[in-house]
Design a protein around this ligand. Structure first.
Ligand SMILES: *[C@@H]1O[C@H](CO)[C@@H](O)[C@H](O)[C@H]1NC(C)=O
Ligand SMILES: *[C@@H]1O[C@H](CO)[C@@H](O)[C@H](O)[C@H]1NC(C)=O
Ligand SMILES: *[C@@H]1O[C@H](CO)[C@@H](O)[C@H](O)[C@H]1NC(C)=O
Ligand SMILES: *[C@@H]1O[C@H](CO)[C@@H](O)[C@H](O)[C@H]1NC(C)=O
Ligand SMILES: *[C@@H]1O[C@H](CO)[C@@H](O)[C@H](O)[C@H]1NC(C)=O
Ligand SMILES: *[C@@H]1O[C@H](CO)[C@@H](O)[C@H](O)[C@H]1NC(C)=O
Length: 281
């Protein structure tokens, strides 16, 4: 009797633990923000209340399962109080994960940018952005991150990286439903390369292509010879790693015509290592 009671207790206990773990979805990983002090607005202003409306509007759109949403909030007579904003979720995550990310982000944004009219806050899987101007296009803010691990044969690695990146940039820019593309290729019997490119859905094909090519041109300066890199622009971003970091990562079976890279222990896919290794331009 005692052993079976004990095992029932253990089963109940483990159900409890499982439920608790499943119920807690971890907070999205914050990466960085840009919100110039020069764009501060006064407390209790119409702009501030419009911004709150805008953020709750974005949050509501995420609850409807949208991966991208643009909104504006123009209450009041004063056109200088109008706010324009958007969010973007990484193209591979589920609507539920997107909703979690945006729910968190639309609140957390004000911790980083409490009273600025212009802000971009990047998280690992989503971004939130707003401004007092409807035209977002010309903002030069760039953020780059790299993995501190070096690749063993940089020339060969870079050649393959450049080739795959060119492919997914074209694919993302051509995207109809989402401007998003990923691709995994074999580097060697021991290592693969995983790549991602995404634009906000408001960009035209031409502008998405231009934006992503700007990211590509910046890659060597941050991430040349590194096993992982990200370039984040407000309207587009790219990332590569030697471990699968997006959902449904598969590796193309047709191996590219390269010799073997030296084998190296596979790095642990812990995305938070980024926060230790970040380099900012
Ligand atoms: C922006 O303003 C905050 C609060 O007034 C201040 O602590 C911070 O140093 C300012 N940052 C810059 C870059 O001026
Ligand atoms: C947006 O805010 C900035 C900084 O306060 C201001 O200089 C600019 O004129 C504003 N633009 C519009 C369209 O209101
Ligand atoms: C802003 O509103 C709060 C609460 O409504 C009030 O306590 C505060 O005095 C107001 N601040 C200004 C500058 O009007
Ligand atoms: C966002 O706000 C606009 C106008 O305030 C409203 O018409 C629209 O339904 C809102 N969208 C969501 C998803 O709440
Ligand atoms: C907007 O402006 C009109 C006329 O200029 C005025 O009658 C009205 O009260 C204003 N509304 C608000 C919300 O300020
Ligand atoms: C990577 O290479 C750079 C430049 O060759 C070197 O300074 C750095 O120490 C290397 N890092 C590691 C982790 O080996």
């Amino acid at each position: 009797m005692i052993p079976s009671k004990l095992s029932l207790l253990l089963v109940l206990l483990s159900i409890q633990i499982t439920t608790t773990v499943l119920a807690q979805s971890p907070d999205p990983v914050y990466l960085t923000h840009v919100c110039p002090n020069a764009t501060s607005f006064p407390p209790n202003s119409t702009f501030g209340s419009n911004l709150n409306l805008l953020l709750s509007n974005l949050s509501a759109a995420a609850a409807n399962g949208e991966g991208f949403h643009y909104a504006e909030s123009t209450a009041g007579n004063d056109s200088s109080s109008a706010t324009y904003g958007l969010y973007l979720c990484r193209g591979d995550i589920t609507p539920k994960e997107c909703q979690n990310c945006i729910d968190f982000a639309t609140t957390d944004t004000l911790n980083h940018c409490p009273n600025q009219k212009t802000a971009i806050v990047w998280y690992d899987r989503c971004l939130v952005r707003y401004s007092n101007r409807s035209a977002f296009s010309v903002q030069p803010d760039t953020f780059m991150l790299y993995n501190t691990r070096n690749v063993s044969e940089p020339d060969r690695f870079n050649e393959l990286l450049g080739r795959v990146m060119n492919e997914i940039v074209a694919e993302a820019a051509n995207g109809e439903a989402k401007k998003f593309a990923t691709k995994g290729v074999e580097l060697s019997a021991f290592q693969s390369l995983y790549t991602l490119a995404q634009c906000t859905d408001d960009l035209s094909e031409e502008n998405c292509d231009r934006c992503l090519r700007t990211c590509l041109s910046l890659l060597p300066s941050c991430c040349g010879g590194k096993q992982g890199g990200r370039v984040l622009l407000p309207s587009c971003n790219i990332r590569y790693e030697v471990y699968p970091f997006y959902e449904g990562a598969a590796v193309a079976t047709a191996a590219p015509p390269y010799g073997e890279l030296a084998s190296s222990p596979s790095p642990s896919p812990v995305e938070t290592t980024w926060t230790d290794d970040q380099g900012m331009l």
